[in-house]
Design a protein around this ligand. Sequence first.
Ligand SMILES: Nc1ncnc2c1ncn2[C@@H]1O[C@H](COP(=O)(O)OP(=O)(O)O)[C@@H](O)[C@H]1O
Ligand SMILES: C=C(OP(=O)(O)O)C(=O)O
Ligand SMILES: [Mn+2]
Length: 552
Amino acid sequence: MTSPGNHHDELPTNNPHYTLLGAELKLFSDAGFDMDRVHLKRNASVAQLYEDAIKKEGAVISSAGALINYSGKKTGRSPKDKRIVFEETSKDHVWWGPVNIKMDEHTFEINRERAIDYLNTREDIYVFDGFAGWDPKYRIKVRIICSRAYHALFMNNMLIRPTPEELEHFGEPDFIIYNAGQFPANRFTAGMTSSTSVEVNFKRHEMVILGTEYAGEMKKGIFSVMHYLMPVKFNQLSLHSSANEGPDGDVSLFFGLSGTGKTTLSADPKRALIGDDEHVWSDEGVFNIEGGCYAKCIGLSAAKEPEIYNAIRFGAVLENVVYDKNTREVDYDDVVITENTRCSYPIEFIPNAKIPCMANSPPKNIIFLTCDAYGVLPPVSKLDANQAQYHFIAGYTSKTPGTEDGIQEPSPTFSTCYGQPFIVLHPRVYAKMLAERMEKHKADVWLVNTGWAGGKFGVGQRCPLKYTRKIIDSIHDGSLAKAKFKNFGVFNLQIPSQIEGVPENLLNPATSWPDKDAFKTELHKLAEMFNTNFEKYANDVSAEVSAAGPKL
Ligand SMILES: Nc1ncnc2c1ncn2[C@@H]1O[C@H](COP(=O)(O)OP(=O)(O)O)[C@@H](O)[C@H]1O
Ligand SMILES: C=C(OP(=O)(O)O)C(=O)O
Ligand SMILES: [Mn+2]
């Protein structure tokens, strides 16, 4: 079982799939790894990754058994440092611009070499082989190569974990991430502007990470890859949404930018969790891309979010949290390191997860989560088909502090497809596929504002989670679809007059704001922002969709 120079004899023998042999090993030497020196640890056990992270990276075990790690300087994504390689296979598909910034092939090669050179200097190199996409018809094989045990454990949680048989017959991966995030990029390399670089090469099926140890880059990187491959190669629709399923098999999708409530609201004891962040609406139904969840930990409590709270145990990875040195208890309210404290855990840590994470029916309810910082949009409204298109393309919401480098307070944004940082193709491509599917399967579409509400609920406070949950319940039990609606002017949204368990006053910002003039001013201001933002999409949609926006 040993090959020259590769210290396999030192490895535990109780995991026969640990070792890479022959042709598989040759992929590493061909890539530039110094096989006489490096020590590959492939799909190492959770226990071993814990030990390594503790010994080498200063990780500690929380009182609940999770592994507490730190990602260093970067505690959120670095969208300004993300690049896509401009080459013959990608050039006509990618929506080039501020989201998908071009990088030339040569620069990619320089950075890739730099990453591998750095990895060659490490004592251990961690390899994690897993899948993205639960439906075997559309899944891809992903290989993570990294220098931190913490990153390997993170991707062990976030990708779909292979069975021993699948690992044994894994073969050549469809996509590889080289994560040398501990080492900086060279700012003086042509085309580079900082020492952080997150770059995807669709021709080479590779991604390179330098100068950031924020683990979320890897999972969102794979999401970008799927956001390209699914529509382009498979004609299937990838979605930045969570998904769950009711006892009768009805599927709900929750779209939303980071921090809007995908993870929180999809973990619902009354429903089976399909996934918390990335899905595909395929010809067969809905499937999750990932094998785990990545929850925000800020303000987390057992009382408010018991499913997530209890998922934080042995095997889970806690990032950038503050803990008590004696008890090892985590203080989820302490945000001195970052507001973007996180935990990743395998999806089966949520008690009612649906494994395999897929449903063979199309969604019945589609919920657009928005976090309105102005407190103008109602907590829930019903959208018609044109409004659904309009709002999906507009993607109005707020950025949550800490999720992106440099965002310090909730900042209003139009994040197209409710996930602008991750889309690779022009928004019209995803919007068209969504419209076709919604039309065919007659899904109901709801706009839910989990952000600031007006009146006594407003002023510095988000819509209380317990009321948002009641709203979601009323969607799922069918009562909301049958409710009496009235028109919410300017935006022309249909809002319900009543929902059981929700104060009536909360449902209509026009009445919940104590200062009516201030409300009107804010409403008009937001409507104008919508109209200005949508001008750039005027030629991409029908006249009916364009007309579905606010009217002043
Ligand atoms: N009304 C609400 N609905 C959903 N989440 C809320 C609400 N009010 C506060 N929150 C908090 O907002 C955060 C939502 O984050 P999360 O569910 O992880 O979002 P996402 O998965 O979309 O990134 C959680 O910390 C949650 O406790
Ligand atoms: C991990 C992220 O997303 P989400 O909050 O949607 O899980 C992110 O935006 O970096
Ligand atoms: Mn989430």
